[in-house]
Ligand binder design. Sequence first.
Ligand SMILES: Cc1cc2nc3c(=O)[nH]c(=O)nc-3n(C[C@H](O)[C@H](O)[C@H](O)COP(=O)(O)O)c2cc1C
Length: 288
Amino acid sequence: MRVLGVLCLAAVLPAACGRGDDGRAAAAPSGSDAATPPPPAANRETTVPAEAPGEKGSVTHDAFRAAFLPAASERDDAGRPATVSSGSDGATQAPPTGNRDTTAPAEVPREEGPMTYDAFRRLVEDRRSIRRFTEDDVGEAEVARILEAVRLCPTAGNEQAYEVVVVRDPKRRAALAAAAFGQPWVEQAPVVLAFVALPAVSGARYGERGSRLYAVQDATIAATYAMLAATTLGLGSVWVGAFDTRAVARALECAAGEVPVALLPIGRPAESPAARPRRSLEEMSRRL
Ligand SMILES: Cc1cc2nc3c(=O)[nH]c(=O)nc-3n(C[C@H](O)[C@H](O)[C@H](O)COP(=O)(O)O)c2cc1C
């Protein structure tokens, strides 16, 4: 288990387990800046279920549409997603979903107009993995704002096959940190959001592809939204994926079959690390 933990950490903690930009060997996890790129893919964590093999036979266009458009009850006669008026500005919003969640997204007051690319770019450029937090708390209102953004994330067939567990209890955070091979930031952050995949939900509609892949993707996208939302609130967070899944599931009191996929300790940043390097556009993309 110890060896597994070290391997997992090496996969996700460049500074903890790799070398710094200047070639120095990095120290053990210390909460200090992690400035080197992730290790080669071969070393990366392998606990995420492999993509399930595609369904046999060709997928018809209708089957594809049925799979990914909202459920029939949510569509109008022409097959377009039905919409309902959402009040005075005449804008429309999606109707209640036909599956688990029957509440339309709450109307959150916000500034008019779409976000500009520049603003979005600033957000993603400014975000860092933060592994040191001040003693200050994160308020329930802030958590609610994060969850409200998470709730709007896309999911396969809008099945929303994920759950977010908000963990404040110090003993629980300690248990999560232990399950995450002792990563101290999990315990130090005042709030940890745990993202749990619900394979049975997506599996009921999509079979193995839903239970093995989509549910994990749903929970992962939810965690990504939370991370970015936290950044907009001036909060720091770090994605924690290196953990013993069963121990985390126990600490979260997950039901059988539910799979924790990411922990997000959130707090007020007590460090401002430099941007970690990324591959060039040429390296990270290709064109056909
Ligand atoms: C899937 C995944 C798993 C990760 N697991 C951990 C982890 O267990 N512990 C940790 O401190 N950081 C973890 N990270 C954070 C990465 O180390 C970090 O995102 C990366 O080094 C780039 O740095 P940046 O987020 O500051 O840009 C994880 C990130 C991802 C996306």
